[in-house]
Design a protein around this ligand. Structure first.
Ligand code: FE2
Length: 235
């Protein structure tokens, strides 16, 4: 099955409903085992990256990640291009509910052209590698004024067999209330859409914003690879 066919099988209504309800929606298994393993091999062999970040150096956590360079590897480009149009209408509805006046074009190329005009020209899809003891502090992936409200995380390693610990964390900060924490465990090849920044929560007088950050709990054993697809480019 092609990526297009696999994405066609995802129940996008359920994903959208989950995003509105809790800020993330699972896509199920999107990558095959060979695809997941091929992607993570790029980390050390033959991948083309624009920069490598040592998280400890910036106090972002511990471990490292690399941003892909343009042109993106074929499968990464295909996923980014195919996921965008499936998320664009939910993104428009989402921003309208948040009272944020941003328009998103129908396809990724036009959206990236907007980013590039605003000086956001560097690609943001990335591969992350965590060894035992590594973690990622709670953060948001914002790289300029232009923000797409969703991003997609893919797990490239087998939990329990190849690593333990290392769960994806989402923390929702509610206004005038304590924060809610969610733990997301993904199997190899599985993907989840998460909100980049906010969630429109329904109140008695319309919607209000909650603020989300995501991170990764410390890996206890083994090595864990993930891929992040972020749609807006970076300054
Ligand atoms: Fe992130």
């Amino acid at each position: 099955m092609t990526i297009t066919q696999r994405l066609h099988q995802v129940s996008w209504n359920d994903v959208t409903e989950a995003l509105w309800r809790c800020g993330h929606g699972r896509l199920g298994t999107v990558l095959t085992k060979p695809e997941a393993e091929q992607l993570r091999t790029l980390y050390t062999e033959g991948g083309s990256f624009r920069s490598r970040i040592d998280m400890a150096r910036y106090r972002f956590g511990r471990g490292e990640y690399q941003y892909f360079a343009y042109p993106l590897p074929k499968i990464v480009d295909e996923l980014r291009r195919e996921l965008y149009p499936r998320l664009v209408q939910p993104a428009r509805d989402w921003m309208a509910a948040l009272s944020l006046d941003i328009s998103y074009p129908d396809n990724l190329d036009d959206f990236l052209a907007q980013c590039h005009e605003s000086g956001q020209v560097r690609p943001t899809p990335l591969l992350l590698r965590y060894a035992a003891g590594d973690f990622n502090c709670l953060h948001q992936d914002l790289y300029g004024d232009i923000v797409f409200p969703f991003q997609v995380v893919f797990c490239l390693s087998r939990p329990q067999e190849e690593f333990t610990g290392g769960e994806l964390l989402l923390v929702e900060q509610q206004p005038r209330a304590q924060s809610i924490g969610q733990v997301i465990r993904l199997e190899q090849g599985e993907a989840v859409v998460i909100t980049t920044r906010y969630r429109p929560a329904k109140g008695s007088r319309g919607y209000y914003r909650t603020n989300f950050r995501h991170g990764v709990s410390p890996v206890e054993t083994g090595e864990r690879y993930t891929m992040g697809i972020i749609f807006h480019d970076a300054t």
